[in-house]
Design a protein around this ligand. Structure first.
Ligand code: PHE
Ligand code: FE
Length: 290
């Protein structure tokens, strides 16, 4: 899922109370499988040297190079053996508590539709390419798999504390748009980046965005944009460190603290930031002027 807004209020016709539907893989047309192949081929050329090692390993282990939209049953079987995760189909965005409950039980909910051939770059709702190509490879990594499960439990807890917005920012700046510092340089791992033709280059190559060392409280106070490339990326030192700091920290007192503080503007630099690259913000300025 890319967004925290939801369109439907109850499970649509044919969906279970957990909002899942059969993937109905046989119903995808040749054209739809061809859209997957087109998207796959242009991403896979970009990712070596850009995507994190764990992500590339996951692509390989899960055999995502096979042609066409993956069959969730086969994919889940492979994933289950590696980390105990499954992929289940949903018709679109689901309510937050449903989303978190699936995650807490190691079920990743994936969209059951694919963008049209004339929409390769722009889409409002996460489709099967974003959800599977973007998110699923890292679920094959044991550490990231643990992080995602913990996040699901954390989500249910955040709802009780009225802190959904704060916790969603953590998801946004890690799971969707995170960067990682590896031995040979910065790499992308967020699903919103690795599944995007434009942003998988922009996030690493552009002089425009800020790249700042990850800090839990800082991230949970920072607004984000959902309509264009990020102006701000947060860089983790490793998945081990991300997991360690998020599971060892009790978020309840942290929520109280940050709910009393002002939000941080999207491209602002704060005292205490470890600035890795200070962006020009030229790209954002150019777009706002257009
Ligand atoms: N430790 C967090 C809490 O106390 C839960 C969490 C773990 C949230 C991992 C996000 C990621 O709520
Ligand atoms: Fe997503």
């Amino acid at each position: 899922m890319m967004s925290d807004t939801h369109v439907l209020e109850r499970p649509p016709e044919g969906a279970g109370t957990d909002w899942t539907v059969p993937q109905n893989w046989d119903a995808f047309t040749r054209e739809e499988h061809a859209v997957w192949d087109t998207l796959y081929e242009r991403q896979i050329r970009l990712l070596p040297g850009r995507a994190s090692k764990a992500y590339l390993r996951g692509l390989d282990l899960l055999k995502l190079s096979e042609s066409g939209i993956p069959n969730f049953e086969e994919l889940s079987e492979r994933l289950m053996k590696l980390t105990g995760w499954q992929v289940v189909a949903v018709p679109g965005l689901v309510p937050d508590d449903v989303f978190f409950d699936h995650m807490a039980n190691r079920r990743f909910v994936a969209g059951n539709f694919i963008r049209r051939a004339d929409q390769l770059d722009y889409l409002q709702e996460p489709d099967v390419f974003h959800d599977v190509f973007g998110h699923v490879p890292l679920l094959a990594d044991p550490v990231f798999a643990d992080y995602m499960e913990a996040y699901g439990r954390g989500g249910l807890r955040a709802l009780e504390h009225g802190a959904l917005k704060q916790l969603s920012r953590l998801y946004w700046y890690t799971v969707e748009f995170g960067l990682i510092e590896e031995d040979d340089g910065l790499r992308i791992y967020g699903a919103g980046i690795v599944s995007s033709f434009g942003e998988s280059r922009f996030a690493l190559d552009s002089d425009s965005p800020n790249r700042i060392g990850f800090d839990l409280k800082r991230v949970m106070r920072t607004n984000y944009r959902i309509d264009d490339f990020q102006q701000n990326y947060f860089v983790i030192p490793s998945f081990d460190e991300l997991l360690r700091v998020t599971i060892e920290t009790d978020f309840a007192p942290l929520y109280d603290e940050i709910l009393a503080q002002p939000d941080i503007a999207i491209a602002a630099i704060e005292p205490g930031d470890r600035v890795i690259t200070l962006g020009t913000q030229d790209y954002a300025r150019g777009r706002d002027a257009a």
